[in-house]
Design a protein around this ligand. Sequence first.
Ligand SMILES: [Ca+2]
Length: 102
Amino acid sequence: MSPANVVEVNVYDGSKIHSVLAKLSSIKGINKIKDNYVKEISSTFEIELNNDGKDGDVAKGDFIFSKKIESKGFYLYEIEVTATDDFGNKTIFKAPNYFLVF
Ligand SMILES: [Ca+2]
């Protein structure tokens, strides 16, 4: 992740990447219930990341897919990324860190 509300994902695949979607879920609060932490999600939206050198993407064709997102207030987000290659194979992964949008 980088500053200025840009989601950046580095995607490697043996074949061409068809699309990279990021699902962002804003976290309203984290509550401890018994021994577990439970996240309270207030909203979820999906964005398509690009590797075209625009909308917050720095360089075209460098395997880093990015998208600048509009500020929706001051929130922490968790991000789940779905990368699809040209054969339709999907890879889903969750970002290990939270992403701050302001
Ligand atoms: Ca790029």
